[in-house]
Design a protein around this ligand. Structure first.
Ligand code: E4P
Length: 217
C-alpha cells in the first residue's frame, strides 16, 4: 500500500521523504490555507523532491473554468494529479483532463455510486473520506470495502486513495481492506511506529544494559 502525505507543510513532507515514507502528497484548499503559502509556489517546491503523484485541487465550480485551472496546475510538474470534487462538473473535468493524459484525483467521495462514476470518467484516484463519514456516525471503512468490491468486479483501474484518515487504526484497516493508497497527516504516519510495549520493553533493556557496565562504542 502506498503512503501519500496529506499536508502542504514542506518541512514535514521532507522529514518523512528522507525516511522513504512518501509515495506521494495530497493537498486541498484548507491545507494550502494552513501552510500560509501560495498554491503554485508550494506545489512546485513539493514536486521538486517528491517524484510520486502530488495532488493540487481546483477551486472553480464550473467545468470550463475547472479544466483551465487543472491545466494550469498540471503545468507545474509532470507528477501533478489534478484534484476535482465529485460533482457533475468535476466528473466532466475528470473526463477531459484524463483524456489529455493528466492524472486526476476525484475528491470528496462519500458513496460507492460516486466512486463508480469517477472510475467511468477515467479517474486515476478516487478519494473516499473515511473520517468525515465516521464524524456523522456512518462507517467510512465500509465505503472503502464497497468500492474495492465494485472496482474488482469490473476491473476498474482507478486507485482507491483512502482520505480523511484520522488514526493509526484507519491506516491498518485500509490496508486490510485493500485500499491502494492512504493519505494521512504526518502525525498519523508517525503514530504508526508507536506501541506502549515497545516503549516498555526498550526501557527495561536499557535499565538492564546499564547494570552490565558495558559499552558498544
Ligand atoms: C485529502 O485528499 C483530503 O482532502 C483530506 O484527507 C481531508 O481530510 P480531513 O477530513 O481530515 O480534512
Amino acid at each position: 500500500m502506498k503512503f501519500f502525505i496529506d499536508t502542504a507543510d514542506v518541512d514535514a513532507i521532507r522529514e518523512l521523504h528522507d525516511l522513504g515514507m512518501v509515495d506521494g502528497v495530497t493537498t486541498n484548499p484548507s491545507l494550502i490555507l494552513k501552510s500560509g503559502r501560495d498554491i503554485l509556489e508550494v506545489t512546485k517546491e513539493i514536486c521538486s523532491f517528491v517524484s510520486g503523484p502530488v495532488s493540487a485541487e481546483v477551486v472553480a465550480t464550473k467545468a470550463e473554468e475547472m479544466i483551465a485551472e487543472g491545466r494550469k496546475l498540471a503545468a507545474i510538474a509532470p507528477n501533478i494529479a489534478v484534484k476535482v470534487p465529485l460533482t457533475w462538473d468535476g466528473l466532466k473535468t475528470c473526463k477531459v483532463l484524463s483524456g489529455e493524459g493528466f492524472m486526476v484525483n476525484v475528491t470528496l467521495c462519500f458513496s460507492a455510486n460516486q466512486a463508480l462514476l469517477a472510475a467511468k470518467a477515467g479517474a486515476t484516484f478516487i478519494s473516499p473520506f473515511i473520517g468525515r463519514l465516521d464524524d456523522i456516525n456512518l462507517d467510512g471503512l465500509d465505503l472503502i470495502g464497497d468500492i474495492r468490491t465494485i472496482y474488482d468486479n469490473y476491473d476498474f483501474q482507478t486507485q482507491i486513495l483512502a482520505a480523511s484518515i484520522r488514526s493509526a487504526n484507519h491506516v491498518k484497516d485500509c490496508a486490510m481492506i485493500g485500499a491502494d493508497v492512504v493519505t494521512a497527516p504526518p502525525a498519523v504516519i508517525k503514530a504508526l511506529a508507536s506501541h506502549v510495549l515497545t516503549d516498555k520493553g526498550l526501557d527495561q533493556f536499557l535499565k538492564d544494559w546499564a547494570k552490565t557496565g558495558q559499552k558498544i562504542l
